[in-house]
Unconditional design. Sequence first.
Length: 449
Amino acid sequence: MKALGAPLRARDSGAAPDRGFGARLMTPLLLGAVLNPLNSTMIATGLVAVGRDFGTGPSGTAWLLSSLYLTSAVGQPVMGRLADSLGPRHIFLAGLGVVCAGGLLGTFAPAFGWLIAARVLLGLGTSAAYPAAMAMLRAESLRTGRPAPRPVMGRLSLAALGSAALGPTLGGLLTATTGWRGIFAVNVPLALLALAVALPWLPHDRRHPATAGPGPGPGPGPGPDDTGAATGDTGPVQPQQGPVRPQQPSGGPSPAAPPRDALLRTYLRHGLTYLAIYCALYGYAQWLEEARGCTSFQAGLVMLPMSLAAAGCSLLGARTKGLRAPLTTAAALLAAGSGILVTATGGTPLAALLIASALFGIPQGLASTGNQAAVYAQAPPDRVGSAAGLQRTAQYTSAMAATGLLALCFGQRASDAGLHRLAAVTGALSLLLLVLTATDRALRARTRT
C-alpha cells in the first residue's frame, strides 16, 4: 500500500518530480505489475494440497511451476512488441482480461490438466502488464518532454518485489482458509480492480506510442545506484523493457568497456543463484508440509523470513557501492543454508528451520540487485534493456530447471532423503557460484557512487 500511495501523495502535494506520472497513471500500472511475481511464488505453499486432491506428487505438480515460467519467458517479449505496435493500453487491458479467465479456470478446474491450462493463461495475461507499463511510461516521457522520474521506476520495481516476496505466505494463508483454489481465485478481484482504475485513468493510445524511445530530458534514466533499477530484477520480477542509460562507474571503465564475456558471466552467475533459490523456495515448502507435518499456513510462516530477508536485503544491496562483496556474501549464505537443509529432519528445531529460510532469502536480495547493477555496468549503453531481458531469461530458465530437479530429488513425495539430495545439489551450486564470483575480475570495479 505504501508503493501505491506514494504517487498519490506526490501528486496531491504538487511535487514536481511526479508531475505527469501521478496516481492516475501509476495506480493501475502498479496493480498490474504485482500479478506475475505474485503468481510465480504464491503457488509454492499450495502444491502439496493440489497434489493431494488430484493424486499427483512433486513430479506432477512441477508442471504448475514450469508452465507459468515458460509462458512468461516467451510471453513478455511478445507482449512488449505488441504493446509497441498496437498500443500499450490495449495490451494492458487485454492482459488483465486473460488473467481473469485464467483465475476462473483454475478456480473451477475439474482435472489437473485444466490447472496447467489456467497457469498458462495466467502466465500469458500477467506478462502483458510490465512491458505495457514501460511503454506507457515512455509515451508519458514523450508527452512531458522528460524521462520518467527515478522514484516512479522505483515504485514499479518495489511493487513487483514485494508481491513476489510475500507470495508464499499469502498462498499458505489462502490454502489454509479457502483451499488451494483460492490461489487462483484471488487473481479475479485483483485483475478486476486493476481494470476498474485502468479504464478511466490510463491514457488512450496514441499512434506509435512507444516506438520513439525515451522522452527528451537532461536527466539520465535509472542507474545501478537507484533502488528502482537495482531491484527491478528480483524473483520473480519482470525486466525493464525500455532503454536505460547506465551510470558511469566511479573510478572504473565506462559501461561499454567490459568485454562481452563479463556480461555472459553475469548471466551465468544470476542463473546459478536463482537455480539454488528456486530449488529451496519450492522444495523447502513441500518438505515442510509432507515431511515436517506443517499445514499450508504454517509452512508459509516458516517461509516468511525468506520473504522478509529478500525484500530487506534488496534495498540494502541497492545502496552497496561494490559488487564483489555482496555477491560473494550471497554465494556463501546459500552454501550455509544448504548445509542446514542437508541435515534437516522432521525433528529439527523450528529455530534452525527459520534460520535456513532467512539464509536463502538474504542472497536473493543481494544477488538480484548486484547482478542487475552488473548488467547495467557491463552492457553497451544502447542495449541495456535487451541485456536486462536476457538476464530475466536466465532466471526463468533456472526456474524451469529447478522444477526438474525437484521431480528428480523428491519423486512422488517430499521426504527427508529427498530434501537432503536437493540440498546437496544447491550446496554444490553455491560453491561453484562462490568460485565464479571470487575469480571474476570484472566485479572489482565499483559500479555505484
